[in-house]
Ligand binder design. Structure first.
Ligand code: ZN
Length: 237
């Protein structure tokens, strides 16, 4: 395992110290250490970190006195508008693999970024003891079938739904459901092969389905049809 991609981190000196799990650190140390931990952790599941450095730029961003809220997966150095949760830092760093290295061929395939980074949150929250990945899946899945959340077609978002929460959360659910359907060994082989095969290139949803079928040895047409190409809450897959 390649460990320890490191790089500079910078934080606005006015940012307050951060307390996580009873430990208080300066903001710059919090971002530096959390980024390093997240990259090491996610590398186990996604394959080698695709760049030579990592880090963070943390601002105290305001507009006319009101704090701005954003986190942006800028390549090797995500930008944060303020102190963010470790979960958000893990999300942005997952984009180094899914988004900044493997890039969707067109915006239609944006779930290949956001669904995968959401799945990284599932892994991270299992790592930090919040809940298992399966429990995170159930929490997202608990939205009632009548919710408009389930009406977004994940792999065919429209201009105004491209960054809808369903693209993130149903996308993440899709990956956990696939993982549980085909097993960890095959599932994580798919992710590592994906990041290697399309490293620093472009890919589509069809590419991901084809790779998943090849590695799992299963016909997954119905599975993906249900999860990412059909509106409505999946009930069997
Ligand atoms: Zn994201």
């Amino acid at each position: 395992m390649t460990r320890g991609a490191r790089g500079p981190s910078a934080a606005d000196p006015v940012l307050p110290p951060v307390t996580v799990g009873g430990t208080t650190r300066d903001a710059v140390d919090f971002f530096y250490e959390t980024s390093a931990e997240a990259v090491d952790f996610l590398s186990q599941y996604f394959g080698p970190y695709p760049f030579s450095s990592t880090g963070a730029i943390a601002d105290n961003a305001t507009y006319q006195g009101t704090p701005l809220g954003f986190s942006l997966e800028t390549q090797t150095k995500p930008v944060y508008s303020a102190v963010r949760s470790t979960r958000t830092i893990a999300h942005e760093l997952a984009h180094m693999w899914f988004g900044d290295s493997v890039t969707p061929a067109t915006w239609d395939h944006i779930w290949l970024n956001e669904g995968f980074a959401t799945f990284a949150e599932y892994l991270w929250q299992e790592h930090d003891g919040t809940r298992t990945a399966h429990a995170s899946f159930l929490l997202d899945y608990a939205r009632p079938a009548t919710s408009s959340f389930w009406q977004i077609i994940v792999a065919d978002p429209q201009r105004d739904t491209m960054f809808a929460s369903a693209v993130y959360r149903r996308g993440g659910m899709t990956l956990q459901a696939l993982r549980e359907k085909i097993g960890d060994e095959r599932f994580f082989t798919i992710l590592k092969t994906w990041t290697a095969k399309y490293r620093h290139g472009n890919a589509t949803t069809a590419d991901f389905i084809a790779l998943s079928e090849k590695i799992s040895g299963q016909d997954l047409d119905a599975f993906f049809q249900t999860w990412i190409y059909t509106a409505g809450k999946p009930t069997s897959w």
